[in-house]
Design a binder for this molecule. Structure first.
Ligand SMILES: NC(=O)c1ccc[n+]([C@@H]2O[C@H](COP(=O)([O-])OP(=O)(O)OC[C@H]3O[C@@H](n4cnc5c(N)ncnc54)[C@H](O)[C@@H]3O)[C@@H](O)[C@H]2O)c1
Length: 288
C-alpha cells in the first residue's frame, strides 16, 4: 500500500496555490459527457490525475481521455454500470488496484425523467434510486474505507441539485434522490470527520447538458419562463460555472468545509417569487 501521508510536492504549480491538486487522484463518475466531463477537465487542469467512470462503451470516455492527455494530464477511463449496486465495492477495488488510492471522489453520475407522480413505476423509481442514491452511498462507502486505510485526508463531493433543497413538479423521484444525498452527505461528514475526510455536495441549478433532452415539455415556453426566474444577469448557467465550487471542495482551500452544500444556481433558490419583475423599474440614486 502506498503511504500517502506525505503532502504531495506542489512546487511545480505555485500559481495554483491552495487550489493546486498536483499529486492527487480524482475519481469522477458520469464523466463521459455533460457536467461530469467538464468537472473532470477542471480537476485535471488543476493537476489531478483522473479516473473517469461511465457506462461501458460510452464514447465520451475516450474523447475525455484524449483531451486530458493532449493537455499533458492523466486520465484512466473505466466502463461500469453504476446501477450494479452489488458491484460497486469491486469497482472501487479495481480502481485502487489499477491506479492507486483515491484522494477525491466526485459522485456526479445521475439520471432524471420528467413525469407526473402517478406515471412513476416501481421499476423506474428503483432504477433512478440505484444511480442517483445507492451508487453514491456504496461507492463512497468503499472509497472512504480505502482513504482511511491509506491515511488520506480525502474529499467526497456529490453532485446534488437545487432540487435536493426545494422540489419541482414532475420530478418526485429525482427530488427525493437529491434530498437523500444531502442528508447522506451530512452523515458521511459526521462519521468521516475524525479521519480528516470531508463530504459535501454542490447543488447546481439548471445547466445546459443532455440530461433533460427527453423531457416532454413545451421547451421554448419553458426556457423563457425559466430564464425569467434567474436573478443573476446572464441567464442559465453552464457546467463550467460549477468547476470553481468543486475545486474549492477538493483542494486545501476547502479543508475545513464539511457536511454542507454549495448552491450554484444564479440565485434561483434565494428568490421565492419573481416580485422584482412587477415592481417599478430600478432607479440608481447615486450620481457619479
Ligand atoms: N444538467 C442540469 O441541469 C443539472 C442540474 C442539477 C444537477 N445535475 C446533476 O448533475 C449530474 C450530471 O448530470 P448532467 O446534467 O451532466 O447529465 P448527463 O445526462 O449529461 O450526464 C450524466 C452522465 O452520467 C452517466 N450515467 C448515468 N447513469 C449511469 C450509470 N448507470 N452508470 C454509469 N454512468 C451513468 C451518463 O452516461 C452520463 O455520461 C447529475 O447528478 C445530475 O442530477 C444536473
Amino acid at each position: 500500500m502506498t503511504d500517502r501521508r506525505e503532502p504531495p510536492d506542489r512546487s511545480g504549480r505555485p500559481e495554483a496555490g491552495r487550489f493546486d491538486l498536483t499529486g492527487r487522484r480524482a475519481v469522477v463518475t458520469g464523466a463521459a459527457q455533460g457536467l461530469g466531463a467538464t468537472l473532470a477537465l477542471g480537476l485535471a487542469e488543476a493537476g489531478a490525475a483522473i479516473v473517469a467512470v461511465d457506462r461501458p462503451g460510452a464514447p465520451g470516455l475516450t474523447t475525455l481521455t484524449d483531451r486530458i492527455e493532449a493537455a499533458g494530464g492523466s486520465c484512466r477511463p473505466v466502463g461500469f454500470d453504476l446501477a450494479d449496486t452489488e458491484g460497486l465495492a469491486g469497482l472501487a477495488d479495481r480502481i485502487w488496484g489499477a491506479a492507486g488510492p483515491v484522494d477525491i471522489l466526485v459522485n456526479n453520475a445521475g439520471t432524471a425523467r420528467l413525469e407526473h407522480f402517478n406515471q412513476i413505476t416501481v421499476a423506474g423509481w428503483r432504477e433512478l434510486m440505484r444511480i442517483n442514491l445507492d451508487a453514491v452511498f456504496f461507492l463512497s462507502q468503499r472509497i472512504a474505507e480505502q482513504m482511511i486505510a491509506a491515511g488520506i485526508a480525502g474529499r467526497i463531493i456529490t453532485v446534488s441539485s437545487k432540487n435536493g433543497l426545494m422540489a419541482e413538479a414532475g420530478l418526485a423521484h429525482y427530488n427525493a434522490s437529491k434530498g437523500a444525498v444531502e442528508l447522506l452527505t451530512q452523515s458521511l461528514a459526521a462519521e468521516l470527520g475524525p479521519h480528516s475526510i470531508t463530504a459535501n455536495t454542490i447543488a447546481p441549478g439548471m445547466l445546459a447538458t443532455p440530461i433533460a433532452d427527453d423531457f416532454p415539455l413545451d421547451r421554448p415556453a419553458f426556457d423563457d419562463a425559466w430564464r425569467d426566474r434567474i436573478p443573476l444577469a446572464g441567464g442559465p448557467g453552464s457546467p463550467e460555472d460549477c468547476v470553481g465550487a468543486v475545486l474549492l471542495l477538493a483542494s486545501d482551500a476547502g479543508r475545513y468545509i464539511t457536511g454542507t452544500h454549495l448552491v450554484v444556481d444564479g440565485g434561483v433558490l434565494a428568490d421565492q417569487l419573481p416580485r422584482l419583475r412587477f415592481m417599478p423599474p430600478y432607479r440608481n440614486t447615486v450620481r457619479p
